[in-house]
Design a protein around this ligand. Structure first.
Ligand SMILES: Cc1cc2nc3c(=O)[nH]c(=O)nc-3n(C[C@H](O)[C@H](O)[C@H](O)COP(=O)(O)OP(=O)(O)OC[C@H]3O[C@@H](n4cnc5c(N)ncnc54)[C@H](O)[C@@H]3O)c2cc1C
Length: 341
């Protein structure tokens, strides 16, 4: 039985992105109960309520923000079974070339520490019960949300299969959890030794679409681009993905200056070719909450009312793009982009 020391329930996991929810989300304090080596350069962290209470519920595909230090916040997917209310489990890959978030998790966080985290948020939910088949494609650390999805799909008795691509067995996380699923024919492992041409044949796998199927993918940039270019036969509603880093395509795009208008003050502001909307807003005294500043975490989502935005995020759906922009990376053309702030 769960006791009364629960955090308030927040039931927005499956809801569309919403600026009120994505900024100023309540912070929770959790204790690091255990840290385990999961694979080469990957540690798992089991996080529990400090007074043995229950944690807010989550759905498969959700992530939490972890405040590693006051100036350092990173997102991590929940990889335990969504029904569990007594703990959150995250797995963190050490990124030697990163800005220090994963290194700080590996080097500074210890068992027994208290960590400040956000409530879970889900930008990568499973399709509903009407889906007839779920194809999960995981590359490297992108397996984390898929582990929760596999648990949820098993609980639903849904039809699903996961292809999990890693360099070698040593880099493969969750082996103990995955082995029975391999034996049951539900997970296939692919080791490419660092050469994608030796791994899963993504193009062949995605050539045909069967009505009722949904595909989910998460992994490093090369893996994501290979899937995006191979999934043309699948209708938009059946394609689901989550980026852990910004997409490779953004680096290639040219920037032109444009204007924004702040609806509530009427200010018209110039965004230069080498600037961002969020940078210009801050220079002019508007406080905007951001994390990744690269269009993949979803924190700075902002509603717009008029204008022609050029979206460069990896978070918003086509439907959401009709009303929202990610102000850390979006640009615009023509008349000023009117922001609802
Ligand atoms: C929704 C969501 C869920 C996530 N879940 C997980 C998870 O379960 N497990 C996990 O390990 N991570 C996860 N991440 C990623 C995680 O939040 C961090 O980004 C990751 O730990 C790396 O943080 P960092 O500060 O070490 O590196 P970051 O600075 O964030 O770098 C991330 C990547 O970008 C590259 N990069 C950074 N700066 C540059 C630059 N200037 N030029 C070129 N490349 C650059 C780095 O090589 C690195 O590969 C998730 C991210 C999101 C948005």
């Amino acid at each position: 039985m769960f006791n009364d020391k629960a955090y308030p329930m927040v039931a927005h996991d499956e809801a569309p992105l919403n600026p009120q929810l994505s900024t100023g989300r309540a912070l929770l304090s959790v204790r690091v109960k255990a840290i385990r080596r999961e694979a080469d350069n990957i540690l798992t962290y089991e996080l529990v309520h400090p007074n043995a209470g229950v944690l807010p519920s989550f759905t498969a595909g959700a992530h939490i923000d972890v405040r590693i230090r006051d100036d350092l916040k990173r997102q991590f997917s929940l990889c335990n079974a969504p029904g569990e209310r007594n703990r959150y489990v995250i797995a963190v890959l050490r990124e030697k070339a990163g800005r220090g978030g994963s290194m700080a998790m590996h080097n500074d966080v210890r068992e027994g520490n208290l960590l400040s985290i956000s409530e879970p948020r889900n930008q990568f939910p499973l399709a509903g019960q009407e889906a007839e088949f779920h194809l999960l494609l995981a590359g490297g650390i992108g397996v984390t949300p898929m582990m929760a999805m596999a648990e949820a799909l098993e609980a639903r008795r849904a039809r699903w299969h996961m292809h999990y691509c890693t360099r070698n067995p040593e880099a493969t996380a969750f082996r103990a959890r995955i082995e029975p699923l391999i034996a049951a024919g539900k997970v296939t492992l692919h080791h490419d030794g660092g050469d994608p041409s030796q791994g899963l044949d993504i193009k062949a796998l995605l050539t045909c679409y069967e009505a009722g199927s949904h595909v989910y993918f998460c992994g490093p940039p090369g893996f994501m681009s290979a899937i995006k270019t191979s999934v043309n036969a699948w209708p938009a509603h059946s394609i689901h993905c989550e980026y852990f880093t910004s997409s490779e395509e953004n680096a290639e795009l040219d920037n032109a200056p444009f204007q924004i208008r702040v609806k509530h003050t009427g200010d018209v502001l110039n965004v230069p070719a080498d600037g961002t909307i969020v940078g210009v807003l801050r220079e002019n005294g508007f406080a905007i909450d951001t994390d990744c500043e690269d269009g993949y975490c979803g924190t700075c989502i902002t509603r717009y009312l008029e204008g022609d935005p050029e979206h460069r995020d990896s978070v918003l759906s086509e439907k959401e793009r009709k009303s929202y922009v990610m102000v850390c990376c979006a640009r615009a053309k023509g008349a000023p982009l009117v922001l609802d702030i």
